[in-house]
Write a protein that binds this ligand. Sequence first.
Ligand code: NOJ
Length: 572
Amino acid sequence: MNDLKWWQKAVFYQIYPRSFADGNGDGIGDVQGMIAKLDYLKELGIDALWLSPHYPSPQADCGYDVSDYCAVAPEYGTLAEFETFLAEAHQRGLRVILDMVFNHTSDEHAWFLESKSSRDNPKRNWYIWRDPAPDGGPPNNWESTFTGSAWEYDETTGQYYYHYFLKEQPDLNWRNPEVKEAMWDAVRFWLDLGIDGFRLDAIGTIYEDPALPDQTSGMTLLDLYQAYQAAQEDGEREKLATFGKVWRQIFEHQVGREDEMHPLMQELRTVINEYPDRMLVAEDSDIAYYGDGDNEMHLVFNFPLMRTERLTPAHIRQNQEQRLSALPAGAWPCNTLGNHDSTRVYTHFADGEHDAQLARLSLALMLTLRGTPFLYNGEEIGMTDLLLNELGQFRDTLALLQYQMLVELGGTPPEQAFEHIRRMTRDKCRTPLHWANAPQAGFSPADVETWLPVNPNYAAGVNVAEQLDNPDSMLNFYRRMLWMRKKTPALLAGDYQPLHEEAVDYLAFLRRADEQTCLVVLNFSAHAHTLTFELAAEHAQLIFSSRERAAEMDNLSAVEIAPFEIYLAALQ
Ligand code: NOJ
C-alpha cells in the first residue's frame, strides 16, 4: 500500500465552479467561494479536487469554450486569488487538477480571431479551414455532435471551419506542430503554478479523417434523437443502449484515430513527466489510453459502469470482470457514477421507493471497488436533478439546439420537444449547491438571481448545514465512509475477487491486500439474506455497516445481511 501514488489512494471530488459557492454575491460560483469551502471538503474526507473549466470563456458551452488558457475567468476571480486557492488547498493536503480542453477553443480566443482574419494569417492553419464544395455548400456531410453541420462558413475569407461541438468551439488543427507547442505551453503554465494534474476533455475528437470522406451510415443526428425520444416514451429502455452504436456510425470519420492519438498522448505524458508526481485522467473510457500502463494516461474513466439504467449486481460484476481483465499491467482503474454531463447519481439510480438507500449503495460501490473514485459536487447531500420549467431558464446551449432541431427540422410539437430537452439537458445536474436552508440555498450570500435556478428541495433537508447536524444524514454517511476508506488498506490497495457470482440481489467480493483482506457485501435489494462464505478464514471483524449490528464479529458460515445493507468486514 505504501507504494501507491497519491492519485491511486485519493478520492476525487469534481467542483463545477459556477455552481459550487458564490463568494461575492453575483449569483455565480467563484474562487473565493471555493476557498471558503476547503475546510468543508477536507473534513468530508476528500483528497483531491477536479475543477471544471475555470478559464475566461464566453460560456457558449458553460466554460468548455476557452478564450484564454492561461488565465482565470473574471467572474470567478483573479489569477492571484486562484493561486491563494491552490496554496490553501495544498496546505490542507488537498490536490487540485484542472480541466484541459484540447480539441477546440472558443471562437473568441485570440488564436481563432487571428486565424479567421485572413487566409494568409500565420495562424490560419491553427484551425481546420476548407474550401466550400463545388455547389458552395459545406466540404462534406459531417454533423456537429451538438446538432447541425460541423462546418461554419466564414464570409470574410470565403472558407468553412470545422467544429465537432458548437460553432463557437472551432476545432484546433493538431497536425500543426505550433498548436501542439502552444498547448504544451499552457499545460506547463499551470504545472509551474503547482497544479497536480489534468482531466482531459473530449480527447477522442482531436483528430478527424483528413480526407474528409462523407459519412455513409444513412442516419442523421435528427433520426437518432427522434428514435431515442420514441424509445423513451415507449419505455423501451433496452433499446436506448443500442443508440451508442448508431452514434458511432454517424461520427465514424470524426472521432477515434488511435494511430495519431496515442503518439500525441505519449508526447503529453513526457511533458507531464517533467514535473514530479502529476497525473492525467482522460474523459474517455477506452482502455487503450492507458498506453502500456505507464506512458499515456494515469487514469481512464470506467464510464461503462455508470451507463446503465439500474446498478444491478450482475451489471457491476460483468463490468468489473471485463474492465479489470482488460487493463494493461500497472494500469490503475478509475470509477465514477456521475458528473456535470450526466443525470445526478441520486436521480439516476433511484427506484422511487428506496432512493436514499440506493444512493448510499452507489457511494459504497465507488469507495469499495478497486481503483480511484470520482465523486460529483452535491452528491454528498443527495442533490437530485432539477427539471427546468421554461426555455428562458436553460443555460445549456446543447439543449436549446436540440429543441430547435426537433421543432424546426423534425416537426415535433413544441411541448413534446420541451419535455424531451428538460430531461436531456445537462442543466439539470448543474444547479447551485445547497449550503443551507436559507435563501438561494445559502449558495449566494445576497438576494440575487442565481445563474441557474436553485432546486427547491434545499428546504426539505437537502442542504449541507442541516445535514451536518443530523448524524443519520447522507452527508454524515459520506463522511463516515470516506474516513473509513482511508483507514482500510484493503480498500485502497487490495485486488478484487468476486464471490457468490450468481447472486441477483447483492454483490459480494473480497479486496485482498498484504495487510488485510476485506469482505464487502452490498445488498441492492429489499430482501434480508443469511450468507455463507466458504473462505480460508472462519470469522470476519466488522469494519463498517450501514446499520447497527448485534455483534462486531461474524461467523462466515452465517452472515446476516439486512435489506440494502452495506457490510464490510476484515477476514480473521
Ligand atoms: C465534454 C465536457 O464534459 C462537456 O461538458 C463539453 O460540452 C464537451 N466535452 C465539449 O468540450
